[in-house]
Design a protein around this ligand. Structure first.
Ligand SMILES: CC(C)(COP(=O)(O)OP(=O)(O)OC[C@H]1O[C@@H](n2cnc3c(N)ncnc32)[C@H](O)[C@@H]1OP(=O)(O)O)[C@@H](O)C(=O)NCCC(=O)NCCS
Length: 165
């Protein structure tokens, strides 16, 4: 792999970003429920967060949990994923619990992830967003992404946003 690995923790002005831990299973479960998807069991959610943590070192990119600095409450996650893109030019991803929305947290975390992505030696990031997702487009706009092209799947249009690092 020609890239440096992402760090396993980061601090921003207001947030701590960390690798997934067993204690995040409950918050992850709630996040899936808020999507409108069927909630995994607590055991199932624990398996998923463990898998995410275990896969992180080998892959070199990963998502990290978000908490306010010095606080325990799980707010959501942000990080890099292959998603619809590639390991060389991955996607930035973020998802926060509803009660954490509207504070600029996604933007703050995503800006730190962009810096971390640049430090890995990557040259470009993507983010694929459904056309209705105005808050997500706004986060991307605030951290410098531009709309590049649109593709379509069986659920509708997907806008590909790009950032040259
Ligand atoms: C997208 C998401 C992470 C944003 O989190 P957040 O912490 O609230 O984001 P921020 O506060 O950093 O920024 C949101 C911006 O969108 C704006 N916004 C939010 N809802 C909006 C709306 N309905 N119309 C217009 N702008 C809107 C906010 O005003 C803010 O912009 P501003 O700083 O210029 O005022 C959050 O909405 C979320 O978790 N959504 C569900 C998961 C998801 O869609 N993830 C992205 C998949 S591509």
């Amino acid at each position: 792999m020609p890239y440096q690995p992402m760090p396993f923790s980061l601090e921003t002005e207001r947030l701590t970003l960390a690798l997934w831990d067993d204690v995040d299973a409950a918050g992850y479960r709630e996040l899936v429920g808020e999507r409108g998807d069927e909630m995994p069991t607590l055991d199932g959610a624990r398996d998923e967060v463990r898998e995410a943590r275990e896969n992180a070192p080998g892959r070199g990119i990963h998502c990290m949990t978000l908490r306010r600095r010095g606080e325990d409450e799980f707010l959501g996650y942000c990080g890099l994923v292959i998603g619809r893109a590639t390991i060389e030019e991955p996607e930035i991803a973020y998802e926060l619990l509803r009660r954490a929305h509207g504070n600029g947290y996604a933007t703050e975390a995503a800006a730190a992830i962009v810096d971390a992505a640049r430090a890995t030696g990557r040259k470009r990031l993507w983010s694929t967003v459904r056309t209705w997702n105005t808050p997500s487009f706004r986060v991307l706009e605030k951290i410098g992404f531009r709309r590049d092209h649109t593709t379509t799947d069986d659920r509708g249009d997907i806008v590909w946003n790009v950032l040259d690092l």
